[in-house]
Design a protein around this ligand. Structure first.
Ligand SMILES: [Fe+2]
Length: 399
């Protein structure tokens, strides 16, 4: 090999290594083939005010609106001159208590939104930290595949009605035109906070849609702890290559490296580990990616994975993980089975010094929420036989 050939080979090898490292860091998503989006910023600044953000992010194109993606968000402000700060933080429990030494602070509660104003002095940091009073004993709800219309509204209402402090939404709130915008509005005005894992219909449809998720709803992957429970949001909306790369892989590796003692970890993700029907197209994208997720869950001592994607209720231990599928957020299975108690919502009961217990409450989707024209073919196919009486009731509710 002459010198020039060897140099070209070294350059090509170096370029391949740099490209490989870049792709590993960013992660490649498919379908639709794309680089993974950048992380949500943990620090923002404008007009001489800098804010560092924990468990919350700034809405796209807004300097004064933020949203929490965990129950106990924290913000630290610093400014280059004395001034009054005003902003709002969405997705905060009505029961959360603000701890701060901010001078002349005013906090208005409007549902799950807090409107805050306070004085800040130049070069004197101000910390605001919301904490909830229910760390040791609380109930949380979980369901997915609700679409973004009346059915989502009902799931949010029902979660609160069942005593949940927050909802883990398992993705797929975007089934039709207008759903994304409606869902964002519904999540922002929900009766309780919602922590959302992205579904495949929220990630891409005819093109990539996921920027709306990170602009207005939260990160693809995140983690928070409350009492003795750690909640881990893992994005399985589209496959990641390499499977241990990208943001999901970095979060999992960081948590493994930290090795924090955590008595219980509940993971939530859109795609389940398995499809109980045996139709393998409705679980995580590939067997190798699934096995990586399972291995990661074991390393993190996560015994439970809540997921949706398949519009059923199922609870199966799969390779050592209790995989609970609650993908009945549209309530359609009530009609398909002629049984209004078929569709279920998971309720996790956290109690001090004991393992989480899961109960499953009927979604109780009202009949008048089955009136959308897209339901007509389903209802038409059910008007005879054992479903006849129920569909008559639905027709009456819709007339
Ligand atoms: Fe899905």
């Amino acid at each position: 090999m002459n010198f020039n050939v060897r140099r070209r080979s070294m350059l090509a090898g170096g370029l391949a290594a740099v490209t490989g490292a870049f792709l590993y860091h960013r992660g490649v998503r498919y379908p639709t083939l794309s680089l993974e989006a950048s992380d949500l910023p943990t620090a923002v600044s404008s007009n001489g005010v800098a804010v560092s953000l924990s468990d919350c992010f700034q809405f796209y194109a807004s300097q004064t609106s933020f949203r929490a993606f965990a129950p106990e968000p924290k913000m630290v402000f610093s400014a280059t001159k004395n001034q009054r700060i005003e902003f709002e933080l969405n997705n905060v429990s009505k029961r959360a208590i603000l701890g701060t030494s901010a001078p002349n602070l005013n906090e208005d509660k409007d549902g799950i939104t807090r409107r805050i104003s306070f004085d800040i002095q130049a070069d004197k940091d101000v910390e605001l930290h919301w904490q909830v009073p229910f760390k040791d004993e609380f109930t949380f709800a979980s369901i997915g595949d609700s679409g973004g219309n009346h059915e989502l509204s009902w799931c949010l209402k029902r979660s609160a009605e069942l005593g949940a402090e927050f909802l883990l939404h398992l993705g797929d709130f975007n089934y039709q035109d207008g759903d994304y915008e409606r869902a964002i509005d519904l999540f922002h005005n929900a009766p309780i906070p919602c922590y959302i894992t992205i579904g495949n219909h929220d990630f891409h449809d005819s093109g990539l849609l996921h920027h709306q998720f990170t602009d207005y709803l939260g990160p693809f992957n995140s983690v928070f702890s409350l009492g003795n429970v750690r909640f881990l949001n893992l994005d399985t909306a589209a496959s990641v290559w390499p499977r241990s790369g990208g943001k999901r892989g970095r979060l999992v590796q960081r948590l493994i490296d930290e090795g924090q003692e955590q008595p219980q970890t509940v993971a939530y993700s859109h795609c389940p580990l398995h499809d109980p029907s045996g139709i393998t197209t409705h679980d995580i994208g590939s067997v190798r990616e699934r096995d990586w997720v399972i291995d990661s869950l074991h390393k993190l001592n996560a015994k439970t994975l809540l997921s949706g994607h398949i519009h059923i209720f199922d609870r199966t231990e799969f390779m050592g993980i209790d995989n609970i599928i609650v993908g009945q957020g549209m309530g359609h299975q009530d009609l398909l089975t002629a049984n209004m108690a078929t569709s279920k919502m998971a309720l996790g009961k956290v109690r001090k010094d004991s393992d989480i217990e899961f109960e499953f409450a009927p979604l109780n989707m009202p009949l008048e929420l089955h009136c959308h024209p897209r339901m007509e073919p389903v209802k038409a196919s059910l008007r005879d036989g054992e479903h006849a009486d129920l569909i008559k009731q639905v027709d009456a509710a819709c007339s």
